[in-house]
Design a binder for this molecule. Sequence first.
Ligand code: 5GP
Length: 182
Amino acid sequence: MEKELKVNGLTFVPYITEDEISRQVKRVAGELRDSLTDPDPILLCVLNGAFMFAADLVRELGLNDAKINFVRYSSYSGTSSTGNVKEIIGLTEDIKDRDVVIIEDIVDTGLTAQHMIEDLTKKGPKSIRFATLLHKPESSKTGFVPDHIAFSIPPKFIIGYGLDLDGKVRNLKDIYVIKEED
Ligand code: 5GP
């Protein structure tokens, strides 16, 4: 693990190691497996940030009958008074009466998660569970609390293990946090 990392002129320092991530992903997988009632849930990996977490989580889950979908949001300015509306794209499975698990990289304000759950609920799933790699509870604007959380962190900007800065550094095995000014 590098001591310091410079990305786009910003300095980042090590925060969560690959080993610690691996331990918590195993824990979350176990908890998630115990909470699911059906052996064949639909797993929704939210691109781009969750790709690495999802890859590790689904391997730990070991549910061969689960179908894995990769979804994204498209944001557009709608005519509604709320302004930005997010729509899920890439969902190819019919989720009616099915157990759905959303796999997300990070819940910050909770607005994205809330939009997604509202959107999916309209499609009539049996249940929706929400698993996230990271949660910033102090940033919440919605009160939304994910069902499964690998790490709760303070409201600081982090990168690595799928999370980017301007599209870069998603490849990092460890998680880094932005360095505080001295
Ligand atoms: P929310 O709707 O919960 O405010 O935002 C969630 C999205 O914001 C995440 O999916 C992610 O794309 C982005 N985000 C929030 N915090 C961070 C962070 O610390 N680092 C990175 N790389 N992205 C973040």
